[in-house]
Design a binder for this molecule. Sequence first.
Ligand code: ATP
Length: 234
Amino acid sequence: MLEAVNVTKEFGPNRALNGVSLRVEAGEIYCLLGANGAGKTTLINLFLNFHQPTSGSVWINGRDVASAPIDTKRDVAYIPEQVMLYGMLTGLENLDYFAALATGQRQPKDHLVALLAEAGLPADAVDRRVSNYSKGMRQKVGIAIALAKNARALLLDEPTSGLDPSAANEFSQLLVRAQERGVAILTTTHDLFHAKQTGTRVGIMKRGNLMSELDSADVSHNDLEALYLQHMRD
Ligand SMILES: Nc1ncnc2c1ncn2[C@@H]1O[C@H](COP(=O)(O)OP(=O)(O)OP(=O)(O)O)[C@@H](O)[C@H]1O
């Protein structure tokens, strides 16, 4: 479970988050929408302890990130927009390295290969250098690293940006599979369609404030778009 409690974050005179509270339960996909600079990435970064809140607190599985930064990091996997991998290594070698880094132990090769398959990486790519991978393939290695960690919470920052519709759809299905295993998922996106389609809940942010929260089942694509545009105009 991921929770932000009345979080404010200031960078000098700039208030990036203004008293934001939200909760993502196990088995939920919470999609954060908002214009550039709304504060979405800042919120994700607080959960990762990349920054600390100016006031308020962020919690992962009932533990305050500021008080237990190491333990909370173990419980969470993170997939950024650009998954950083070693281009000279193959997908399998990258997974081997980063999974060992995340878990403190190396995992058997057949298990790693199975994780890459589960993440949707084509079998003939497993032993190819990552420098030749497409963005979607790099994302899949990122997913496999997250799967290897077996984390109960997943944070994603614009994971589908730059993916073609078919790759984005494949990615969404992976998220749904993680959700079905009870993972709490918080993702930022600019893609309203993806938010409505994949998210169980949608939050709309504007200038550091969480303006609206909706259950995606309760809102049509058109209504979500209208609400989003209305917030952007106001
Ligand atoms: N490390 C930082 N130092 C100073 N200001 C920052 C820092 N990180 C973010 N900000 C500021 O905080 C505000 C929120 O930025 P943030 O990156 O969280 O927005 P965002 O909603 O993720 O935007 P985008 O959709 O463009 O990724 C912006 O005004 C940004 O300039």
